[in-house]
Design a protein around this ligand. Structure first.
Ligand code: MG
Length: 360
């Protein structure tokens, strides 16, 4: 919303799950035609709060879908968390909108189907995830995708960087929710702590840029200054740098192919200190290895991995299971639910459900 305000864009529809106060604030500031809350009770409350405005308050999945497909919008920012983002994102795609994608689970679960629909409906997808925006920018200088040797995703290492497996056993929800560089929602912050987030991002990159998992590498970069890199066949590496500030990738997805002045924090190279690089510890953080394995398997393996992870992270946030139970549950689901190749949407939904059941 900072970017939209600073760049003189207009928000015609806002959607969220249940954040009543923030939605009321933003609806008053931006005066959209529609404000949708998926949670019915929260929407009823919001309707009362916004009674003095002409903002139309909608509720439930239908409300979110109406916001996602509003004909007066040329662009949709898909920033829902988890597999729940799939239907609204597809709805925007089917309207042929420019879709700025912050919901990585959509591509992890249904990458080929989503991309096919985008092609069929003439919708353009632009990455919002900082790593994918960086790769998008690093690829721009290049004419021929065949010249790309590999994509290199940077990874902050998360709040538990440097700890060994045994030290992770007792980690709690509170420990996991302390991210060193980025302020994000609970689910993605836990994913950062397990490194599952990086695994999901490898799959997201695989689909977005049509690269096999073997040509995508992960490098630990604690400072989150380099947001990702592309290595070319002549061994040149192009990197994108910036202060850790999501407003930049969000803005670039909105203004591409143009660059305009915006609210993102400038990077002070002279005072940002040394940049460091290292190898991820997949023994302490097996979620990354599991995701790379699922990426290589393909088909519904992404949906199985993601479904089990969403269920396990939910249990962890409720204090029901320990930190190391998250990878254990994902591994169990991948071993017990068979992966289907070239899946239909029904296969993907079935895989998601079976994985969630296997993870409890
Ligand atoms: Mg990211």
């Amino acid at each position: 919303m900072d970017v939209i305000a600073a760049c003189g864009m207009e928000a015609v529809a806002l959607a969220a799950n249940s954040s009543i106060k923030l939605m009321e604030e933003q609806a008053r500031q931006f005066r959209p035609a529609i404000a949708a809350l998926a949670d019915e009770k929260a929407a009823a409350d919001l309707r009362v709060r916004l009674a003095d405005t002409n903002v139309r308050v909608l509720s439930g999945l239908e409300g979110v879908l109406e916001a996602a497909t509003l004909s007066s919008a040329d662009t949709a920012i898909a920033a829902l968390v988890g597999m729940a983002g799939l239907r609204p994102t597809l709805a925007s795609i089917r309207e042929g909108k420019r879709v700025c994608l912050a919901n990585k689970e959509t591509l992890v679960c249904a990458g080929p189907l989503v991309l096919e629909e985008a092609k069929d409906y003439g919708a353009k997808l632009y990455p919002v995830d900082s790593e994918h925006s960086a790769i998008f920018q690093c690829l721009e200088a290049n004419r021929d995708r065949g010249e790309v040797k590999r994509l290199i995703l940077t990874c902050s290492g998360g709040p538990f960087y440097g700890r060994k497996r045994e030290e992770l056993r007792g980690m709690t929800r509170e420990n996991a929710l302390q991210h060193p560089n980025w302020s994000m929602g609970a689910k993605i912050t836990v994913d950062s702590a397990t490194l599952m987030n990086k695994g999901l991002e490898v799959m997201e990159a695989m689909h977005l840029y049509g690269m096999p998992a073997e040509k995508i590498s992960v490098v630990i970069h604690r400072e989150s200054i380099i947001h990702s890199l592309v290595e070319y066949c002549d061994n040149a590496i192009i990197a994108q740098l910036g202060a850790p500030d999501m407003r930049l990738p969000i803005q670039y997805a909105l203004t591409y192919p143009k660059r305009i002045p915006g609210p993102a924090t400038p990077l002070d190279l002279w005072n940002c200190g040394p940049l460091t690089f290292g190898t991820p510890d997949v023994e302490a953080f097996p979620c990354l290895a599991l995701a790379l394995e699922a990426a290589k398997t393909g088909g519904t393996a992404g949906a199985i991995l993601n479904g089990a992870n969403e269920a396990a992270v939910g249990l962890f946030l409720e204090g029901e299971i320990g930190f190391l139970d998250i990878p254990a549950k994902v591994e169990k689901a991948l071993a017990s639910v068979p992966a289907v190749q070239n899946p239909t949407m029904q296969d993907i939904l079935d895989a998601d459900r079976a994985a969630r059941e296997a993870a409890v």
